[in-house]
Design a protein around this ligand. Structure first.
Ligand code: GLU
Length: 482
């Protein structure tokens, strides 16, 4: 049987970092087995919809490189994968269960349900629909039920959880799970407005879409026994379930906004590379069984397996993310990075931004930046001859130092491309200039950098000068001490 998995987000907010991980694990699992990944939109709860959330989720997933084979907005007419367009289907399936005795009509009002809960609370028992005392098909009888239905009385359809059953399933990550039927509520399947609940729509779709593996967040684990009962009620074979562990804050509480960014969008906007974020997220709850920490997407596809996903919650370690981020800045192809930063450099209005040159700038400065976008400011002197302002005090101090001015003038006058072509030539040249002026070489390096770049810090000075070229350096030094 061909592997078919799905990522089934509800468009109730921006893509959470945990949802990216769920989508990614589904993607890696499907691709590793030559299977199919489906995007299904679970928008049955109309009250929680957030305008624009679906578009943002799809865009963030595409940004991260999680590519769907079927589903909305992936180029191609794959049929409806949006639950709100499939309501008739869920109603029909709800009725199948009523007819085969696995579900029933219930007519209780909100007040009646409230007082039931209060009674249960007072008696110290867990709140659960009490089929034997409430107003439903069983307590009212068939005739009264038929009359109420004919009258169009408000009603829901509930799952009839068989008394005395034990539900067992094997989770691909958590192993054998056994739940006593007594703990399971007679779940509402169709609401009084005729809309399905998550549970009904979810399993009808998983079945009709021929999903073989349900890989989803641990928070859905308590729902799974209900889902297993639903599969039984329809006479369908359930898929294999795999519940991935919770994401935790460093203090092991459930990950929340309070401790920092939680949406993929936040990381995108800050300038994280998708490759780095995906690499980091893949390791939240999965390990390859080796010391390797940096993985391309194709390596992840090759190495990922569900049996290496942990049961325990995964701590979102911001320090580790920073490390991964830095590693990607250091190791990615400078030409690819140059293409990414080009729009920002263009926006800044810089004149010197041909791609090969920008790639050289990146190779020179990448160890010194946190985000590629830092280059726009940090590397200004390499992209333009309009330089940053140097304070008048600093300038005055340098100009008042006659030996230094002599040295810098001599440095500019004698400068040739050969003198800055490599570290040795540069050292020989600078040492000569310094000793002619009666100074130490170290004493002229800082002012030299300042004269050429108008910045106190930067990359290796010889390489910086070489990248700028002798003529440009000459002009800048002369202008600086004029
Ligand atoms: N719509 C659910 C969610 O938002 C999907 C749960 C599942 O994958 O079954 O997470």
């Amino acid at each position: 049987m061909k592997t078919r998995v799905r990522f089934a987000p509800s468009p109730t907010g921006f893509l959470h970092i945990g949802s990216l991980r769920t989508a990614l694990y589904n993607y890696l699992f499907a691709k590793g087995l030559g299977g199919t990944l489906i995007l299904r939109v679970e928008d049955t709860d109309r009250t929680r919809l957030v305008e624009g959330a679906l578009e943002e989720q799809i865009e963030s997933l595409a940004w991260a490189g999680v590519v769907f084979d079927e589903g909305p907005h992936v180029g191609g007419n794959f049929g409806p994968y949006v639950q709100s367009e499939r309501f008739d289907l869920y109603r029909e399936h709800g009725m199948i269960l009523v007819e085969n005795g696995s579900a029933y009509y219930a007519f209780d009002t909100a007040e009646e349900l409230d007082s039931m809960r209060q009674r249960q609370q007072a008696a110290g028992i867990a709140p659960k629909y009490d089929r034997s005392s409430m107003r439903n098909q069983y307590t009212l009888g068939e005739q009264e039920t038929a009359r109420l239905l004919a009258e169009n009385a408000d009603h829901v359809i509930r799952l009839k959880v068989p008394i005395g059953t034990e539900i067992r399933f094997t989770d691909a990550i958590r192993g054998d799970v056994v739940v006593n039927g007594k703990e399971i509520d007679d779940q509402i399947l169709l609401k009084s407005d005729g809309f399905p609940t998550y549970h009904l729509a979810n399993i009808v779709d998983d079945h009709l879409m021929e999903i073989t593996h349900v890989i989803r967040a641990e928070e859905w684990l308590p729902s799974t026994p209900k889902h297993i009962l639903l599969y039984k009620a329809f006479g369908w074979e359930p898929p294999i379930f795999a519940h991935v562990p919770l994401l935790l804050n460093p203090d092991r509480s459930k990950m929340s906004k309070r401790h920092g960014d939680t949406h993929v969008k936040d990381f995108r906007q800050k300038g994280y590379f998708p490759e780095a974020l995906v690499n980091f997220v893949a390791l939240l709850g999965w390990n390859p069984g080796t010391d390797q920490e940096l993985f391309s997407m194709s390596e992840l596809i090759e190495k990922f397996s569900l049996d290496r996903v942990h049961k325990a919650g995964a701590v979102f370690d911001f320090k580790k993310l920073e490390w991964v981020k830095q590693e990607y800045i250091k190791m990615m192809d400078p030409t690819i990075l140059a293409a990414r930063i080009l729009p920002d450099l263009e926006k800044a209005g810089y004149p010197r931004i041909e791609i090969d040159y920008v790639a050289k700038v990146i190779a020179l400065l990448r160890e010194r930046i946190s985000f590629l976008t830092d280059l726009v400011e940090f590397g200004d002197y390499l992209f333009s001859d309009t330089l940053a302002e140097v304070s008048s005090e600093t300038l005055a101090t340098i100009k008042a130092n006659a030996e230094l001015v002599t040295a810098l003038t001599a440095f500019a006058n004698g400068l040739t491309p050969e003198a800055i072509a490599d570290a040795d030539a540069f050292k020989t040249y600078s040492q000569q200039i310094a000793s002619d002026a009666g100074m130490k070489m170290g004493a002229i390096m800082k002012p030299l950098r300042l004269a050429v770049t108008h910045r106190e810090v930067g990359a290796d000075i010889q390489q910086t000068l070489m990248l700028l070229g002798a003529d440009r350096c000459k002009t800048r030094i002369v202008d600086f001490i004029r």
